[in-house]
Each structure stands twice: as structure tokens, then as C-alpha cells.
Design a protein around this ligand. Structure first.
Ligand code: IPM
Ligand code: MG
Length: 390
């Protein structure tokens, strides 16, 4: 993927302006399968770095459930400090049934939301690109998903996630009322719209803005501002369209190839990005980037912490390895390393290696491997590919 989403007014910038020989990475393994896929990813990333004499200095920190257990809070101060001092942040996954019954301030997700807000990670890029080797892993027909290449640009710091007032109150009639507020200010819409236009201009040149403007005032403002931003400097490079969110949910499974870049608010993006991810087969394959206007971004797989398979070596580390690839490209000014990691992932799939979540039953040309073996295979492939290129 071409480096994008940077340098245009209001759009995220590279955290590191020019390539360096060593980088400080805050590592957030989190919960469940997190530590296993982190170990595999570190191996692959180190192997990639070594091919160019680039080294990574990791500072492992607590986030989510493990942080609640060890530090009494899902987002410890030490983690914030480390993130602020890092060139970039690589995260695995958080959460699990162990903490599901906790009060909101002691839930793993609360740590994640605090991190997004305190690091200003407003632009969430979630690519959903069909992987030719995994077409049959999708629940849709191969002809529908073949060639799908969508980038969901999700706003990550606003909307019902953060709108105030929020809580459970007692109303005048004495009934309990649960309340969250869907709020977007004009500047919040402007900055995410600029990122989306920039991304779209560097991809397929099409941007579909998702809203519920037939019902919601906040969506009406969203649509107006997106149209204005588009008119500022992307009229020639980006074809802008609009779709109501209910229709978008349907169109995504009906004919996903109509989409290139999708831009939406936080809650619509949460839902649609999960839907888009299933087009390409497995959640276990999809990376994401969360970028601020300044400072380090957070790179993480889209999937969760899969507590049911934690500790069994059954996890798929590829989405996190692909997240490390995005980190190299978007944050570290090392797009060749990003490309190398992506090529290595594709090559191990070509070799037939599959973790449990992506193996096809009865296939004779596939080998079922665990998380450790998959990480080792990608690392070895990185070295082999680098030798061929040298
Ligand atoms: C995501 C997740 C989070 C969200 C949860 C874990 C808070 O679903 O990153 O999509 O809702 O944003
Ligand atoms: Mg989600």
C-alpha cells in the first residue's frame, strides 16, 4: 500500500520525518493471544529491520486487562509516558471475560478509549483487501470478493463514544435513562474528511461518505462539511459520493467492489469495518492504523484477544505482522520494510502455511501451523526475500 494520509492540511504526518537506523517502539501485548502474536511479530519485524541495518528498541507496557490486574487501571500513567516518548506504538489486543463484569472505569476497553483520546488518534485506517490465497475463506462467493480493496477511514475520537453527557440517570418520572450523545463539531469532521480525501486521492480516487442524514442532524452537518472539504482541493482527484449507513451495510455484502475509500464517524465505522473485514475471509488477517495529527500512531490488528485460544499456539499472528508493516510505512519512514513484511506474509501463504482460522478443510496443499511456526516462517521468508532482492 502506498504511504498516504499525511502532510495535507490537518492530515496525520509521519511520526518520524526521515528514516533512522534505530527506533523506539512501545509494545502493548495486552491480553489473551496478545503476548503470543506479539512475540511472533517482533521476530518478523526484527528480521525485516536486520536486512537494512535497522534496529528496534522495544519498551513493553501494560494496557487493558493485564494492566487492571497489575496496576489497578487499564491505562497506566507509565504506559502513556512510554507512548509519548516512542517513535511508534505496536499493539496486540485487549479484553476478555475475566474483566467483563467490572465497572466501566475498570474495563479493558476503557483503557483503549483513553489511549485514543489522550494520544489524539482521530484517524483510524482499516484496510480490507481480498487476499487471493484466502478467497475461499470468505463467507461470500469468490466472484463477489475477488479484487475487493476497501479502505475504511473511521473517525476515532468523537461521536457517541465520547459525547457528553453520558451515563445512566434517573429522569423526572423516576425511570432510569441510559444516555450517550452523538456529537461532531465542524473541525472534527473537517480533519477526518481531509485524511479520507488524501487517502482516496492516493488510492482509487473514490470516496464514499457514510451518514444517516435522512434522520440525524449530526449527520447532516457531517455531510455538509465533507462536501465543503472535498471542494477545497480534491474536486479533480476524488469522486465523492454519499450513502446512508443502512444502505452501506447492505451494499458492502451485495457488491463490495463498488467501494474504494469509505469515510465515516466512530460508531458507523466500528460496525462497518467489522463487516468489511469479513469480506476478506478472516479477521485474523487485517491490520489497522490509528493516527494523530502529530506524534506516534498506534498499529494493531483488528481482531480481538481471543481468550478461548490463548496459550494454545493456535493464534494467527499475520494481522499483527501486517500492522507492523503499516507502522514501517506510515510512522517510521521505512516503506521498503513495510513492503518486505507484506511480501513475506503473501509468500508464506503461497507456500501453503495456514493457521487454524484460515485453513481450508480437506485441502492437500496446505499445512496447518501454530502461531510460533507462522512467525518463524515469516521471519525466514523476510531473510530469503531480502537476499533475492540484494
Ligand atoms: C474496535 C473495538 C473497540 C471500539 C472496542 C474494543 C472499544 O470494537 O476497535 O473496533 O469499539 O472501537
Ligand atoms: Mg469494533
Amino acid at each position: 500500500m502506498a504511504p498516504s494520509a499525511r502532510s495535507t492540511r490537518g492530515a496525520p504526518r509521519l511520526a518520524v520525518a526521515s528514516p533512522q537506523s534505530s527506533y523506539k517502539i512501545t509494545l502493548l501485548p495486552g491480553d489473551g493471544i496478545g503476548p503470543e502474536i506479539t512475540a511472533a511479530t517482533v521476530k518478523a519485524l526484527n528480521a525485516a529491520g536486520a536486512t537494512k541495518g535497522v534496529s528496534f528498541e522495544y519498551d513493553e507496557q501494560l494496557l487493558g486487562g493485564c494492566a487492571i490486574d497489575a496496576a489497578g487501571t487499564p491505562w497506566p500513567e507509565a504506559t502513556l509516558k512510554s507512548c509519548q516518548a516512542a517513535d511508534s506504538i505496536l499493539m496486540a489486543a485487549i479484553g476478555g471475560p475475566k474483566w467483563d463484569g467490572n465497572p466501566r472505569e475498570l474495563r479493558p476497553e476503557t483503557g483503549l478509549l483513553a489511549m485514543r483520546q489522550e494520544l489524539g488518534l482521530f484517524a483510524n485506517l482499516r484496510p480490507a483487501k481480498a487476499i487471493p490465497q484466502l478467497l475461499e475463506a470468505s463467507s461470500l462467493k469468490p466472484e463477489i470478493v475477488e479484487g475487493v480493496d476497501i479502505m475504511v477511514v473511521r473517525e476515532l475520537c468523537g461521536d457517541v463514544y465520547f459525547g457528553k453527557p453520558a451515563g445512566i440517570f434517573v429522569n423526572d418520572e423516576g425511570h432510569r435513562v441510559g444516555q450517550n450523545n452523538m456529537i461532531y463539531s465542524e473541525p472534527e469532521i473537517e480533519r477526518i474528511a481531509r485524511v479520507a480525501m488524501d487517502v482516496a486521492a492516493k488510492r482509487g480516487g473514490k470516496c464514499c461518505s457514510i451518514d444517516k442524514a435522512n434522520v440525524l442532524d449530526v449527520s447532516q452537518l457531517w455531510k455538509e462539511v465533507v462536501i465543503r472539504v472535498h471542494g477545497e482541493q480534491w474536486k479533480d482527484s476524488v469522486e465523492l459520493s454519499h450513502m446512508y449507513v443502512d444502505n452501506a451495510a447492505m451494499q458492502l455484502v451485495r457488491w463490495p467492489k463498488q467501494f474504494d475509500t469509505i469515510v465515516c464517524g466512530n460508531i458507523f465505522g466500528d460496525i462497518l469495518s467489522d463487516e468489511a473485514s469479513m469480506l476478506v475471509g478472516s479477521l485474523g488477517m487485517l491490520p489497522s492504523a490509528s493516527l494523530p495529527s502529530e506524534g506516534p500512531g498506534v498499529f494493531e490488528p483488528i481482531h480481538g484477544s481471543a481468550p478461548d485460544i490463548a496459550g494454545t499456539d493456535a493464534a494467527n499472528p499475520l494481522a499483527m505482522i501486517l500492522s507492523a508493516a503499516m507502522m514501517c510505512t506510515y510512522d517510521l519512514a521505512q516503506p521498503e520494510l513495510g513492503q518486505l513484511l507484506e511480501d513475506a506474509v503473501e509468500a508464506v501463504l503461497d507456500d501453503g502455511l495456514r493457521t487454524k482460522d484460515i485453513v481450508s478443510e480437506g485441502a492437500t496443499d496446505q499445512t496447518l501451523v501454530g502461531c510460533v511456526a507462522m512467525g518463524d516462517a515469516v521471519a525466514a521468508k523476510v531473510e530469503a526475500l531480502a537476499k533475492v532482492l540484494a
